[in-house]
Design a protein. Sequence first.
Length: 251
Amino acid sequence: MGTIYAIANQKGGVGKTTTAVNVAACIAAAGYETLVVDVDPQGNATVGLGVAREGAGVYDVLAGDVSAREAVRTTDIERLSILVSTPDLAGATMELPRLAGSERRLREALDPLREDFAFILLDCPPSLGPLTVNALVAAERVIVPVQTEYFALEGLAGLLDTLSLIQRELNPRLTVAGMLLTMHDARTKLAQDVEREVRAHFPALVFDTVIPRNVRLGEAPSYGIPVIHHDPHCSGAEAYFELAKEVAARG
């Protein structure tokens, strides 16, 4: 049975989509069938994998119009598939709370796919709204990207409280796989201080791997490919290869 990971943080611009797309690509490159589920109405993971934001997607699955298996699409990358975000998904934020048992819809839809994929990665929107709650209820593990800048710790306590609440009330199998330091510029004292503070506050949770600031990471989505296919030897690609190994080692 496959493992479902949510990539979550209510703060925007911390590297959630970059992490989801590139970890998925690294896992696929290692020989495992992998699925990205784009739960973010912005659809950046969909675009970042070169897939059109049209046809059946996450919205249609949540609405019950199609099964998740019917909506899954292949990408140009071997062993990497995607369940896309279409523009309709923005409406789900308002529609889901009106439906009975809405917080379990994504989990129920994705459970059959665990037979098809070794890893399923859910790219969450930058909020703790209904779509993120659905993803956290569906997931077994959470990866929390944390940008190494001034406001890094702001909101983390609230996010962890939310995770604890979901674990207690809706999804007892949910655990934090780790916190991932992203957009790290080791040359600056600020980045060094933030890394030290995050590791001091959460010593058992922070991944050893740190994702650096890297131009190639920013370029890759414009080509519709992960960075490991854009420039496999850049520092960003090497960091995500190491992270994928660490994620696998942590189980």
